[in-house]
Ligand binder design. Structure first.
Ligand SMILES: Nc1ncnc2c1ncn2[C@@H]1O[C@H](COP(=O)(O)OP(=O)(O)O)[C@@H](O)[C@H]1O
Ligand SMILES: CC(=O)N[C@@H](CCC(=O)OP(=O)(O)O)C(=O)O
Length: 289
């Protein structure tokens, strides 16, 4: 393709996205290589400079798991959610709101923009309640498992985010929330990103992970376009599993509540974010209602 054709393909998208809000979720599995992570932030800063209102929500599951193991704790997940006791919550807060948030904010500064790291508990941004015990099958019996300090989001007060965006900052959000009694709660980062996208009337929700997009059951074929009905049937028949479930549940929720497009892309290949947004075919999976 000629260089001018590349630009011409991108220009209509640049015009279309100007002024729109985009919530970008950086999965823990998409933040393993610092050099590629830098290209993701380069892309996010580019989107900011072409006039998009960029909000970053980060995960950090693998790093929380690593720190738990180093402290002799065995991580446990139920339906993709981490069982979070008091010590695990402290580790999650250190890793998410401490190390990862600060790393992303520095990368934004290195790329010439201004990031502000906040958690869902800052300024009562995200109010949650402790999630009810979940039913799981253990051998042949159904048992209830208490997830501990894991939150179910009740409401979002996006005023603080709007103020930051209006002032030209890129907010970087850690997936923690606060309950009515001011306890901190651990939230799945994809769920958090979906809720924030809806609260901000975002045009787009993009989730960066470690696979190219939503794949078939044999994990050999990627789907570039999926409808909500197709996603629901792939969850029901078990094609979509594990950490992909909260990701796609967030897409379903966001799409049903006004977010125009949701994308799942691989964050481990350089510049996939702009390739997905500014090319006709894209590189990952785009979901629409
Ligand atoms: N149908 C599917 N297509 C692609 N990946 C899937 C699918 N079902 C389950 N997965 C798994 O979901 C994982 C991504 O979720 P997760 O590990 O939670 O990532 P992240 O830390 O980026 O949020 C993939 O690595 C893959 O193993
Ligand atoms: C309740 C719950 O599961 N919280 C997640 C928060 C981080 C996260 O979601 O990170 P990824 O996006 O990298 O998976 C956890 O503790 O792992």
């Amino acid at each position: 393709m000629k260089r001018e054709d590349v630009l011409m393909e991108a220009l209509p998208y640049i015009r279309q996205f100007h002024g729109k809000t985009i919530v970008i979720k950086l999965g823990g599995h998409a933040m393993v290589d610092p050099a590629i992570m830098n290209t993701v932030i380069e892309d996010a800063v580019l989107l900011h400079y072409i006039g998009m209102r960029v909000v970053l929500v980060h995960g950090g599951g693998p790093e929380i798991t690593e720190k738990m193991k180093a402290m002799g704790k065995e991580p446990k997940f139920v339906a993709g959610l981490r069982v979070t006791d008091h010590d695990t919550l402290e580790i999650a807060m250190m890793v998410l709101a401490g190390k990862i948030s600060n790393t992303i904010v520095s990368l934004i500064a290195q790329n010439g923009a201004r990031g502000v790291g906040i958690s869902g508990n800052d300024g009562n941004l995200v109010i949650a309640r402790k999630m009810d015990a979940q039913k799981v099958m253990i051998e042949d019996r159904e048992e209830e498992v208490d997830l501990g300090f894991v939150g179910e989001i009740q409401r979002v007060n996006p005023g603080l985010l709007r103020t930051l965006l209006d002032s030209g900052y890129i907010p970087v959000i850690s997936p923690l929330a606060i309950d009515e009694a001011a306890n901190n709660l651990n939230i799945n980062a994809d769920t958090m990103a979906g809720e924030l996208a809806v609260a901000l009337d975002a045009g787009k929700l993009v989730s960066l992970t470690d696979v190219d997009g939503v794949m078939d059951a044999s994990r050999t074929k990627i789907y570039h376009r999926l409808t909500l009905a197709e996603v629901e049937s792939m969850i029901a028949d078990g094609t979509i599993q594990g950490g992909m479930i909260p990701k796609l549940s967030a897409c379903i929720y966001a799409s049903r509540n006004g977010v125009e497009r949701c994308h799942i892309i691989n964050g481990n290949a350089p510049h996939n974010l702009i390739l997905e947004l500014f090319t006709d075919l894209g590189v990952g999976t785009m979901i629409r209602g």
